[in-house]
Design a protein around this ligand. Structure first.
Ligand code: TGC
Ligand code: FAD
Length: 389
């Protein structure tokens, strides 16, 4: 019988093959070398060397990782998930960069773009030379994107795009923005080169969460685009929502990375910090916290793995993605908050990763569908009754 491993108490690693483990270890070691030594400083300054990191992540094959062709790695969904977990164990902002690049912007072009659009954009995006963003949310339409006001109108052979998008990850650094807009033919996606006149992307500052991530507004003031800027493969809200399934899946894994880092910080601290003449990890109340955190952490990783296998088998339902996103982000934030208490006052310091992860997860709880949206998606699936409309 193998001995009990406090880092992998359920033996989940046994579910992984050698290639899975190689992907995981490569991303883990990149994050340990490149992100962990600097992340607290980037976070404090509210800055990220996004372009440099994107090129390095491109070299690792982490951008558009589970897509095929066009310079993408063609990895499995489980491997992509493992990469998300390792990246978010460093910081949610790094996983966000990768999610938006690969699961939203590249995925939209890969799935719904013309061959010409794919050839034009995807190889540079896979290499991290071109940054992508995904504009769905607007100032007045977040959870309810069906009501978006951004619109694209035909003018001769061209399209003219007008409107605003809000809270857009990677926005100010992007070379291409995938923007969703109302047209006479329903909601359509556009691949917008960000140097097109009339397009600007001012960065949103003063965030207390995801500080090591670029978040921007997209302003489109009569942006004239050629006829072939529209993604030809989809119309209607199912276009952007199908891309969200892919990114939400990555978050199911990623959130457990933030949780793991916080749990490990608490476990280590509890074994060395002494009060009343003993390590605080020897007190029953601290052990109860660690045990409960470990339960939710490893249940969450098992759930992510299960959903990953379903995605690889082509059987994953959007409602199951909601199940995973709702559970894992909610549990991850609880784990971080509990870990914070184990560290006492040190828990609020950037010297430790716990508070940074907890504040990041406040964004993760909201983006890609809030807790309430995923409850209502599940509520609808469980009852057959639509609470949205
Ligand atoms: P509803 O009438 O239910 O559906 C409209 C059409 O869409 C289809 N559909 C889906 N298709 C694929 N995947 C899904 N998950 C889908 N959900 C719905 C549906 O079948 C229908 O298709 P059709 O062909 O019959 O027309 O739509 P609704 O307007 O009632 O809204 C449903 C709701 C509330 C669940 C949806 O609007 C929603 O998910 N809202 C949340 C919005 C959201 O998640 N925004 C995320 C923005 S991107 C982001 O946050 C990136 S952060 C990234 C980072 O930094 O990591
Ligand atoms: P609202 O929709 O206004 O919701 C406010 C509250 O009301 C929430 O609690 C919500 O659950 C609740 N609520 C709304 N409707 C109901 C209902 N019917 N029943 C019960 N409760 C309800 N978007 C992008 O398009 N691209 C990006 O790259 C992107 N990156 C982001 C990065 C960050 C850091 C953040 C914070 C957000 C990002 N977003 C992005 C936006 C994100 O997807 C939205 O914030 C999210 O969808 C929620 O929209 P909202 O903020 O407008 O909240």
């Amino acid at each position: 019988r193998p001995s009990f491993d406090p880092v992998d108490p359920l033996g989940i690693d046994d579910l992984l093959g050698p290639e899975d483990l190689a992907v995981r270890d490569t991303v883990r070691s990149w994050a340990a070398d490149r992100v962990l030594p600097e992340i607290a400083d980037w976070y404090e300054r509210g800055e990220l060397p996004l372009r440099d990191l994107a090129r390095e992540l491109g070299s690792l094959g982490a951008l558009g990782m589970s897509l095929d062709g066009y310079g993408c790695a063609g990895a499995t969904a489980v491997q992509y998930g493992l990469a998300c977990l390792e990246l978010e164990a460093a910081d949610s902002g790094i996983r966000s960069l990768v999610s938006v690049q690969g699961s939203l912007a590249m995925y939209a072009i890969h799935r719904y773009g013309s061959e010409e659009q794919k050839q034009r954009w995807l190889p540079g995006m896979a290499a991290g030379e071109t940054i992508g963003c995904f504009g769905l949310t607007e100032p007045d339409h977040g959870s309810d994107p069906a009501g978006m006001r951004t619109c694209a109108k035909r003018d001769g052979g061209d399209w003219v795009l007008t409107g605003r998008k809000m809270w857009i990850t990677n926005g100010s650094a992007a070379g291409v923005a995938v923007v969703w807009a109302q047209t006479d033919d329903g909601i359509r996606g556009f691949a917008v080169p960000t140097d097109t006149p009339g397009f600007s992307a001012p960065e949103i500052r003063h965030k207390w969460s995801l500080r090591a991530s670029v978040t921007s507004e997209l302003v489109m003031d009569d942006v004239r685009l050629p006829a072939d800027a529209v993604l030809p493969g989809v119309s209607g809200l199912r276009g952007p929502l199908s891309c969200l399934n892919h990114a939400r899946y990555g978050i199911v894994w990623g959130a457990m990375g933030a949780a793991r880092a916080s749990f490990e910080a608490a476990r280590e601290y509890a074994r060395s910090r002494e009060q009343f003449g003993r390590p605080i990890g020897g007190f029953q109340l601290t052990q109860a916290k660690l045990a409960d955190m470990a339960l939710e952490l490893h249940k969450g990783i098992l759930l992510a793995h299960h959903l990953g296998r379903r995605m690889d088998a082509g059987t994953l339902r959007p409602e199951q993605v909601s199940f995973g996103k709702l559970n894992n982000v909610r549990e991850a934030i609880e784990i971080c908050r509990t870990a914070r208490t184990v560290l006492g006052a040190n828990g609020i310091s950037l010297e430790y990763p716990v508070m940074r992860h907890a504040t990041n997860l406040e964004s993760v709880l909201t983006y890609e569908g809030t807790v309430e949206m995923h409850q209502l998606v599940l509520g609808k699936a469980l009852t057959g009754l639509d609470a949205f409309r």
